[in-house]
Design a protein around this ligand. Structure first.
Ligand code: HEC
Length: 510
């Protein structure tokens, strides 16, 4: 009796989920959206899942990879914070795939919706510079990390506005890290051996002064800083590119290049990249990163307090093969929590530079905290040692690290609304302490900076599409005067900056 009741009530409760899922009706769209970007002909994954015959022959493996959190590759918990490019299956998507696989992967009636067009070409069509890495034949049959140094082509400082890594051969390139080095250290490391580049370990580190600019993993597209944001590259710096070649690439080549577009304009808002959390004191609270065999320890890190209000663009957590989770958050002086990221499935082979959808404000005085768990037992399938051995801080892949890099700039009012997704920068800065008159205006506009000596300020304008414009301006009687007659009609964000102080107002050109 009980049994009959259960059976008859089930369809009422979950009728939608229980209707048998088919490829044509339910599963194809999920696979197109969450897997197709990599699993199509010519894509970076080793096989395509776009047609019914392809997907159905991998059905069991698909479910297996999904249930083990291997696919789609994405380490950050979507219930904690969101990032651009997030690729996570919803409960409905998972139910559809599970049901489909468990029922023998039926095709269903009719036909599947047409798959989207997948483009494997580059997006950054008008680069100012294309950085080619030298010709190199992979020399190891296991994981190989190789760092290439490409001399600078510019003696003056420049600001990167957009960049894109073209991996050249996605069958063998697993990931790429991209740095600039203002010193000669990387160049010297390269010149120490006759072959192009030098052997490294998954986090370059040949120069203490090198600054991480970007990272590429399969699936990442171009990176673009909106509005007048730009990452400064000092004149005469070398480009440093570390490539991770996957096992089984011996003798092959990848003609990799990096496309860079620089920001033009009188006023560029500088973007910085620093490891606020790092694996030794004073950041590491435990003092030393020591992971005994057969343990699963947790370590804690703290940053310095933010010296001014900051806006965070992206963050890049980095550990090696024992790293399992990396949770990062901040506490303001008022003890409010600011969520940053909870990497609950860290995977050394899928290291992302996680970009927030909009700039994240970190108020002055806030401290960033990191908490990471490592698994040095045989339960960790990536453990390089069997049986497990003592692992400590070091540069080899089989040593460990606990770093988190932050890409950020100084805060301006309205940053919380500035979208970081490519091409959709919006101007939403609210009016602040700047006095602008007449506003709206069409010819001479004056700007006063209450309580500030105007002489130390530089004005900057950004139009509604995020482009910086530079109308002529001059200083007179303690106020800035700007001739806006050359500007098109519309709304502008007007900023006056001196050192780390910035004041903003919204200005309407009639
Ligand atoms: C960002 C690119 C990317 C996405 C998105 C992606 N895959 Fe993969 N997949 C790969 C690559 C690359 C491999 C090869 C193994 C590796 O490098 O990890 C792979 C391997 C696999 C494998 C082989 C077994 C394994 O775990 O290595 C299966 C099965 C698989 N993917 C299924 C899927 C399914 C199902 C989805 C969507 C729900 C998906 N993948 C989404 C890139 C991707």
């Amino acid at each position: 009796m009980k049994h009959a009741l259960l059976i008859s009530s089930l369809p009422l409760l979950t009728s939608a989920a229980l209707a048998q899922a088919t490829w044509n009706q339910d599963v194809a769209v999920v696979v197109y959206e969450h897997c197709g970007k990599c699993h199509h002909y010519g894509g970076i994954a080793p096989f395509s899942l776009i047609t019914y015959s392809e997907a159905s022959s991998y059905a069991e493996d698909m479910l297996d990879a999904i249930l083990h959190d291997e696919m789609p590759p994405w380490g950050a918990d979507p219930n904690y914070t969101h990032f651009l490019g997030e690729n996570v299956l919803s409960a409905e998507d998972l139910a559809a795939i599970t049901d489909w696989v468990e029922n023998g992967a039926p095709e269903g009636t009719g036909s599947a919706p047409a798959p989207p067009m997948f483009s494997d070409g580059f997006q950054l069509a008008d680069p100012d510079e294309i950085i080619d890495i030298p010709y190199y034949q992979v020399s190891l049959d296991e994981d190989e990390y190789r760092t290439f140094v490409i001399p600078s082509t510019s003696a003056t400082d420049r600001y990167i506005g957009a960049l894109e890594v073209e991996p050249g051969n996605t069958a063998i390139v697993h990931h790429v890290l991209f740095w600039y080095d203002p010193t000669n250290a990387s160049q010297e490391a390269d010149e120490a051996t006759p072959e192009p580049g030098f052997a490294s370990n998954g986090a370059m580190m040949s120069s203490e002064d090198a600054v991480l600019i970007g990272a590429w993993v399969p699936g990442s597209g171009m990176v673009e800083f909106p509005q007048n944001l730009g990452m400064k590259v000092p004149g005469n710096s070398d480009w440093v590119v570390e490539v991770h070649y996957a096992p089984g690439s011996l003798g092959q080549t990848a003609p990799l290049n990096i496309r860079v577009r620089f920001k033009e304009g009188d006023f560029i808002r500088e973007v910085w990249n620093d490891p606020w959390l790092y694996h030794f004191p004073p950041s590491l609270q435990e003092g030393l990163l020591i992971i005994p065999a057969n343990t699963t320890p947790t370590f804690h890190e703290e940053s310095e307090a933010a010296p001014i209000d900051l806006s965070v663009i992206s963050l890049f957590p980095h550990m090696h093969l024992l790293g399992q989770t990396f949770w990062v958050y901040a506490l303001t002086e008022a003890a409010d929590t600011i969520r940053m990221i909870n990497v609950n499935h860290y995977d050394f082979h899928w290291q992302y530079n996680y970009t927030f959808p909009t700039l994240l404000k970190l108020p002055q005085g806030s401290v960033v905290y990191g908490e990471a768990m490592f698994d040095n037992t045989i339960n960790n399938e990536h453990n390089p040692n069997d049986p497990p051995e003592l692992v400590t801080l070091g540069e080899g892949t089989e040593d460990e690290m606990m770093l988190c890099f932050f890409t950020y700039t100084y805060y301006l009012p309205g940053d919380e609304n500035m979208s970081l997704s490519t091409g959709t920068a919006e101007v939403t800065q609210a009016s602040a302490a700047l006095h602008v008159w007449p506003n709206p205006g069409n010819r001479l506009v004056h700007i006063a900076l209450p309580g500030q000596p105007a002489a130390s300020f530089v004005p900057a304008f950004v139009d509604a599409t995020g482009r910086s414009v530079s109308p002529p301006w001059w200083l007179q009687n303690g106020i800035l005067s700007v001739d806006v007659s050359s500007l098109g009609a519309g709304c502008y964000a007007m900023t006056a900056v001196s050192g780390t102080t910035a004041l903003t107002a919204r200005f309407m050109r009639e």
